[in-house]
Design a protein around this ligand. Structure first.
Ligand SMILES: [Zn+2]
Length: 284
């Protein structure tokens, strides 16, 4: 071992042989995988996974490191994947790969009854929902280089989680979806705070999500706060961690008042609980 380490370092910097560190080799669907890489002497670090092509970004806290938060979309088929990554060393492109297995997370199932008007939509509502979806996806797919936060991400309120991420849901025995965030118990009018520093990108009433606020934290990370009865911010506002975004409510497609909190990473929705653990580990 005594002789191997200097040899390894020599190999890395002499031949451009760079290898990433991966947070796990087996991931659940809906989770985020953290990939970090020494970026000294290399550039244009990229990664491809299951049709997703992403650039590594500058690590917010550690020098000479690049990182990438790889979101494993909920409906990703369960199997082994070859993840390709590439970079340029002394002007020459290196293409390499590692293996990543996606397995089914242990998510529960539930049946819900909601107002039929939120299931079988009128033409007008359908158009509205589609327009809002497109608007939101345009926001979530904007990935800036700049990191806007410094502290660990926190929960948007101090309350019991009544429904976790990933639960398979059947609405009125008809529509099958999954729960895309976590629900916090909150009677109408409970203050909701921003999970971290960022800029407000969405602040409006929407068909499914009701009163909605979306905060951009930079580097492809967005936190979302839904079903609000009152919104206290507007698009473009800079918010700090802990700032009041508005009050909880029962607007949109809901069975009662609560706060639905969700997270988008690089254009995909992920488990907020697991994401908070992964993103906060950057600052360890
Ligand atoms: Zn929810």
């Amino acid at each position: 071992m005594k002789y191997l380490l200097p040899l390894f370092i020599f190999a890395t910097f002499s031949f451009g042989d760079y290898t990433p560190t991966i947070s796990t080799k087996v991931t659940n669907n809906g989770h985020t995988v953290l990939v970090t890489m020494d970026n000294r002497n290399i550039e244009k670090l990229k990664l491809s996974f299951n049709g997703l092509h992403l650039f590594f970004l500058e690590h917010p806290f550690k020098k000479n490191l690049s990182y990438l938060l790889l979101p494993i979309e909920y409906y990703t088929p369960f199997k082994s994947y070859t993840v390709f990554y590439s970079y340029y060393y002394k002007g020459k492109k290196h293409l390499k790969h590692f293996n990543l297995k996606v397995k089914e997370g242990k998510y529960r199932s539930e049946r819900l009854s909601v107002n039929p008007s939120k299931i079988k939509l009128s033409k007008e509502d359908k158009l509205r929902a589609e327009k809002e979806y497109k608007e939101a996806m345009k926001v979530y797919n904007s990935i800036s280089d700049e990191v806007l936060w410094e502290k660990d991400f926190i929960h948007p309120m101090d309350s019991k989680i009544t429904s976790p991420f990933g639960t398979k849901r059947v609405f009125n025995k008809l529509v099958k979806r999954y729960h895309t965030g976590i629900d916090f118990r909150a009677k109408s009018g409970t203050p909701i705070i921003s999970s971290n520093d960022g800029v407000v990108r969405i602040a409006k009433d929407r068909f499914y999500a009701g009163g909605s606020v979306v905060v951009d934290h930079g580097q492809g990370i967005y936190t979302c706060y839904y079903h609000m009865s009152k919104i206290d911010v507007k698009v473009g506002d800079k918010v700090a961690q802990g700032d009041l975004l508005g009050l909880s409510g029962a607007t949109g497609r809901v069975t009662g008042p609560h706060l639905h909190f969700s997270v988008y990473v690089n254009g995909k929705i992920v488990s907020p609980k697991q994401f908070l653990k992964i993103v906060n580990s950057l600052n360890d």
